[in-house]
Ligand binder design. Structure first.
Ligand code: SAM
Ligand code: DTB
Ligand code: SF4
Length: 318
């Protein structure tokens, strides 16, 4: 039976979430898959496509990000794209089977004329009949409602890690800044997409605290992207050790258990994962991915490989 809204919990304790992480792997996956099946068709996957509408030269210092102006990642910075170019890319993504088009910008937050251009992009993509998503950094309430009025469906704004580990990763904004934006986004009625990254040097407690923060929000995020760090040369986390694959899969499983009705997205890092690992993530409760050759700036799993994998697993796009 599907969990009704009343059954969704917002009072997870750290001990409870850590106890889930500590379960024997088979017990954890049995439990998460059972919950997954009770709430979703386990053979359908939501597919989103990303585009970077403005690349690089970001004033923030997120130590994982190739787009930060603080690090020499060698990334070519680009001006804001033209509205027509973005709408054409969305039309192509729709043809390729994506249901949602997510526009990302390397901004601390949108400003001035650039914001108006971004609004026009959302209107154009929405007019194609696609779901729209944007990730533009910190927003105030006026900006959030302007985006909503333009036809925006989802706003992506990741908390990335635990409140305790956050200052180790980013110094130019606080964890509370992120929570404040998520609150205005929720308040204007936009769907919330919020998750984090595994592989930032965090421990299991941080992973538990990150997921607990998401689940204990007044409403569970509608989408929860779980990214595996893509280590980028030139960034401070370039040589961060790759997390254990089973720990990554555990994170997906715990997200599924504590946010049973949310779409859990197996996000960045699929390109470096085996097909078997991805299949285990889908079994554990992931039911959303980014498709296409590129994420924002980094390589994604190749479309023909995705097609083959989905076919062999009997998965179909929603
Ligand atoms: N500037 C906006 C912001 O930070 O909210 C939007 C774009 S930002 C690139 C979107 C998200 O991408 C980040 O919150 C982070 O979770 C993810 N990300 C960035 N670089 C990554 C990397 N190297 N590996 C995995 N995820 C990454
Ligand atoms: C999310 O959680 N992951 C996406 C999306 N939201 C915006 C971004 C991944 C970025 C990976 C690094 C890059 O492509 O630059
Ligand atoms: Fe800027 Fe977003 Fe990258 Fe941070 S994650 S440096 S805010 S683009």
């Amino acid at each position: 039976m599907a969990a009704s809204d009343q059954e969704l919990r917002h009072d997870w304790t750290q001990d409870e979430v850590e106890a889930l992480f500590a379960l024997p792997f088979n017990d954890l996956l049995f439990r998460s898959h059972t919950i997954h099946r009770a709430n979703f068709d386990p053979n359908r996957i939501q597919v989103s496509r990303l585009i970077s509408i403005k690349t690089g030269a970001c004033p923030e210092d997120c130590s994982y990000c190739p787009q930060s102006a603080h690090y020499a990642s060698g990334l070519e910075k680009e001006k804001l794209l033209a509205v027509e170019e973005v709408v054409a890319a969305a039309a192509k993504a729709k043809e390729d089977g994506a249901s949602r088009f997510c526009m990302g910008a390397a901004w601390r937050g949108p400003k001035g004329d650039d914001f108006e251009v971004a609004v026009a992009m959302i209107e154009g993509v929405k007019a194609l009949g696609m779901e729209t998503c944007a990730t533009f950094g910190l927003l105030d309430k006026w900006q959030a409602s302007r985006l909503k009025d333009a036809g925006l469906d989802y706003y992506n704004h990741n908390i990335d890690t635990s409140p305790e580990h956050y200052p180790e990763v980013i110094s130019t904004r606080t964890f509370q800044d992120r929570l404040d934006t998520l609150e205005v986004v929720r308040d204007v009625g936009l769907h919330v997409c919020s998750g984090g990254i595994i592989g930032l040097g965090e421990g299991r407690t941080d992973r538990a605290r990150m997921l607990m923060t998401l689940a204990n929000m007044p409403k569970h995020p509608d989408s929860v992207p779980i990214n595996l760090l893509i280590p980028i040369q030139g960034t401070p986390l370039a040589d961060s050790p790759r997390p254990d694959s089973f720990d990554f899969i555990r994170t997906i499983a715990v997200a599924r258990i504590i946010m049973p009705r949310s779409f859990v997205r197996l996000s960045a890092g699929r390109e470096g994962m085996s097909e078997e690992m991805q299949a285990l993530c889908f079994f554990a409760g992931a039911n959303s991915v980014f498709c296409g050759e590129k994420l924002l700036t980094a390589r994604n799993a190749a479309p023909n490989q995705d097609k083959s994998l989905f076919g062999r697993l009997g998965l179909s796009p929603m």
